[in-house]
Design a protein around this ligand. Structure first.
Ligand code: TYM
Length: 332
């Protein structure tokens, strides 16, 4: 049976890339009626330094972001990673299955450890084994993510296959990445060659889900573009990364294909298109930020939702961990 799992790090504010590449896709999957588990990955967040108070606030705010984006805790299981201990327990087993060489080839590891890999945390290096555990502790079959997580999901398949092979079992499924829609890789508004990211020092490079209408309009107005009008055919976006990015964002927000968008706006100058884009973004995002703020007024309710989710999750994860330990040869 199909089962969906995905996660987001509670570090910093949610941005438009998280929304179009992930959150919006999650709501779509849930509404197709497939059993879905969505996770705030706080154990992943501490692979980089986090202030304890900020981590707490970000975790609750992320939970509010999931719900405000359409994840219904009655239909999907919403959890915080550290509240379901089987994630970390299976990750240890996977640390012993995965190879150092595999981890060393991950582009996220190379980017985040930077020039001084000796000083990076061991957790940052092992990050993808915990991610594989997140998914496989549910025997999840489908994982909706943005393009930047593709390499980690390939590694998840490698870990599942190696475990099955080493122990001569057919236990962990080979998971399918689901990377769909017009905006699987939203780029920085300041530089069409960099992805939109919470770690970019320039706040003008991204739209945060908590930005108000004025800020959203201003950020799109100042977004980098070229001087030409929009093309009417997709080929006309070749070698125009900034133009392509804004059209992808429009298509993603409006559930349209890039072709459809260009049929409508082809020929327009950016001076005309940017206000349209800003209006669309405000119309789609304002209800989400309003709902997030409302939910954040009652953090105790958020904590109740997460405690309930953890209980539901452990009905799935406890038997899978038990069986894994049996396969590995743990007495107990
Ligand atoms: P994270 O927290 O960096 O991002 C959360 C989700 O948002 C997507 N995303 C984007 N999509 C399009 N354009 C962008 N600019 C953009 N930036 C981020 C990401 O692809 C992701 O889907 N390792 C994961 C969290 C994780 C996870 C998992 C995901 C932990 N365990 C298990 C899936 C399954 C991460 O750091 O995502």
């Amino acid at each position: 049976t199909p089962r969906v799992f995905s996660g987001i790090q509670p570090s910093g504010d949610l941005h438009l890339g998280n929304y179009l590449g992930a959150l919006k896709r999650f709501a779509d999957a849930q509404d197709k009626g497939v059993q879905s588990i969505y996770c705030m990955v706080d154990l992943h967040a501490i692979t980089m330094p986090q202030k304890p108070e900020d981590l707490k606030r970000s975790t609750r705010e992320l939970c509010a972001g999931f719900i405000a984006s359409g994840i219904d805790p009655q239909k999907s299981i919403l959890i915080n990673q550290s509240q379901v201990p089987e994630h970390a327990q299976l990750a240890w087993v996977f640390n012993c299955v995965a190879r150092m060489g595999w981890m060393g080839r991950m582009t996220q590891w190379k980017d985040k450890s930077g020039k001084n890999a000796e000083a990076a945390s061991l957790g940052l290096f092992a990050y993808p084994a915990l991610m594989a555990a997140d998914i496989l502790i549910y025997h999840a079959t489908h994982v909706p993510v943005g393009e930047d997580q593709k390499q980690h999901l390939e590694l998840t398949r490698d870990i599942a296959a190696k475990f099955n092979h080493d122990y001569g079992v057919d236990f962990f499924p080979i998971t399918e990445p689901v990377i769909e829609g017009a905006a699987t890789r939203v780029m920085s508004l300041r530089d069409g060659s960099k992805k939109m990211s919470k770690s970019d020092p320039s706040d003008a490079s991204r739209i945060n889900l908590t930005d108000n209408a004025d800020i959203i309009a201003k950020k799109f107005r100042k977004a980098k573009t070229d001087p030409d009008a929009l093309p009417s055919e997709v080929e006309g976006l070749n070698n125009r990364p900034e133009a392509r990015n804004l059209v992808n964002i429009y298509a993603g927000l409006n559930d349209q294909s890039v072709e459809e968008v260009l049929r409508e706006v082809g020929g327009q100058q950016f001076g005309a298109f940017k206000p349209l884009l800003a209006d669309l973004a405000v119309a789609k995002l304002a209800p989400i930020s309003t709902e997030m703020a409302r939910l954040m007024d009652d953090p105790a309710e958020i904590d109740r939702i997460l405690a309930h989710g953890a209980g539901q999750a452990r009905e799935i994860t406890a038997p899978i961990l038990k069986k894994t330990y049996e396969i590995v040869g743990m007495v107990g």
